[in-house]
Design a protein around this ligand. Structure first.
Ligand SMILES: CC(=O)SCCNC(=O)CCNC(=O)[C@H](O)C(C)(C)COP(=O)(O)OP(=O)(O)OC[C@H]1O[C@@H](n2cnc3c(N)ncnc32)[C@H](O)[C@@H]1OP(=O)(O)O
Ligand SMILES: CC(=O)C(=O)O
Ligand SMILES: [Mg+2]
Length: 356
């Protein structure tokens, strides 16, 4: 392990200085596209106007014989487009694959100045991040990059979950972590075949009434991912990085997708993946605080003055702690509204009404 004194030292001569704080840029949806798929590539410039993050995926969901086409496709997309304030990320192949070395060498060399974040799949422990960290520093130095690339880990192995705190703190490049429910389910030998979301068999049941064990007992479906998401959020907060829910594979079920995203939002996640254009607006809606919640938060903040003491607002006690909860919502709303006039107007209108 590196000494804390060396934590922010570049890992190669000539590599850019690591960042000291992860930028809290909007990343409500990380939109995945396959850069070897011509139809998806054609849609990328328009989709970029709607999403916070556009991600060229090179790993799973890209066929083995299309890996090189996907890599080259992403280079072309990045060189031919200026996506403005929309971030461009990539997911490279896993560290045990025959493709990842060429992914990193090609992408950093060719489009390192256009990429913001490199997502690394199947991270098992800090050693995986250390490997990528040093390699990126060498490649950045060689390419003469001025800004360091950030790294995002997918939490999708049992070992990764056991080591999530050390992964989150393994490098100043660590930008965030996403839940990878499909590979994680396989790694843990869970018996769900769904890509994220709940399962009707994972439930609790009310007690029996009398001797009848079958009638009149309500069941409640539980969230298979609650423990992992909560653990991931704590690890990320501990190290000042950002937590994300990952993919929801039932594209048709936009209702359950919204529920799963909202659970993650309420637990502290800042965004989720969109695998299909239909999921973009779901993520935008869920990961932007609701206008009435923003109005309430602003009302509490205004009433709390210097933020100390206790007051009653609409029958609810507010104090030093609850005003901090309100600041989380209000600050997120302000950050999102700064880049979205429609959202800003909705927040201001709701606040005006709440304060009237
Ligand atoms: C467990 C994990 O690792 S999750 C991450 C890896 N998986 C992915 O990245 C999957 C990304 N998404 C996809 O590949 C596709 O959305 C699929 C395969 C799920 C469905 O694709 P299709 O069957 O083509 O869906 P559908 O017919 O509804 O698509 C409608 C249009 O949207 C386009 N489209 C679909 N998904 C995307 C996308 N992610 N980005 C851009 N365009 C898309 C299609 O090309 C199609 O275009 P067209 O109207 O010009 O023909
Ligand atoms: C997100 C991902 O890669 C998975 O669920 O396996
Ligand atoms: Mg995976």
């Amino acid at each position: 392990m590196r000494s804390p004194k060396d934590f922010f030292a570049p890992l190669a001569v000539g590599a850019p200085e690591p960042v000291r704080q992860i930028p809290a840029l909007p990343s409500r949806m990380i939109h995945f596209f396959d850069p070897s798929n011509e139809k998806m590539v054609a849609k990328a410039p328009d989709l970029a106007k709607k999403v916070d993050v556009l991600l060229g995926n090179l790993e799973d969901a890209v066929k083995a014989d299309r890996k090189e086409a996907a890599r080259e496709g992403l280079v072309k997309v990045a060189k031919e487009n200026d996506f403005g304030s929309t971030q461009l990320w990539t997911r490279v192949n896993s560290l045990d694959s025959p493709w990842v070395l060429d992914d990193l060498i090609t992408l950093v060399t060719e489009i390192g100045d256009k990429l913001d974040v490199i997502m690394v799949p199947k991270v098992e422990g800090a050693q995986d991040i250390h490997y990528v960290d040093r390699l990126l520093a060498q490649l950045e130095a060689r390419a003469g990059l001025r800004k360091p690339l950030l790294v995002h880990a997918i939490l999708e192995t049992a070992s990764g979950v056991a080591n999530v705190e050390e992964i989150a703190g393994a490098s100043p490049r660590m930008q965030g972590i996403s839940l990878g429910p499909a590979d994680l389910a396989a790694s843990r030998r869970m018996k769900t075949t769904r890509v994220g979301g709940g399962h009707p068999g994972y439930l609790v049941r009310t007690d029996p009434v009398g001797d009848d064990l079958t009638e009149g007992r309500t069941t409640y479906q539980q969230d298979l991912w609650h423990y992992t998401v909560a653990r991931m959020v704590d690890a990320c907060v501990l190290h000042g990085i950002l937590p994300y829910y990952g993919p929801f594979g039932d594209i048709r079920d936009v209702v359950a997708c919204e529920d799963q995203f909202r659970n993650a939002f309420l637990l502290g996640c800042v965004g989720a993946w969109s695998l299909h254009p239909v999921q973009i607006d779901i993520a935008k809606k869920v990961f932007s605080p609701a206008p009435e919640d923003v109005a309430w938060a602003r009302k509490v903040i205004a009433a709390m003055g210097d933020g100390t003491g206790a007051v009653m607002i609409d029958g609810k006690m507010q104090d030093d702690a609850s005003v901090k909860q309100c600041r989380v919502v209000a600050e997120l709303a302000d950050a999102l509204a700064a880049g979205d006039p429609e959202l800003a107007e909705a927040y201001d209108a709701a606040t005006k009404e709440a304060l009237a």
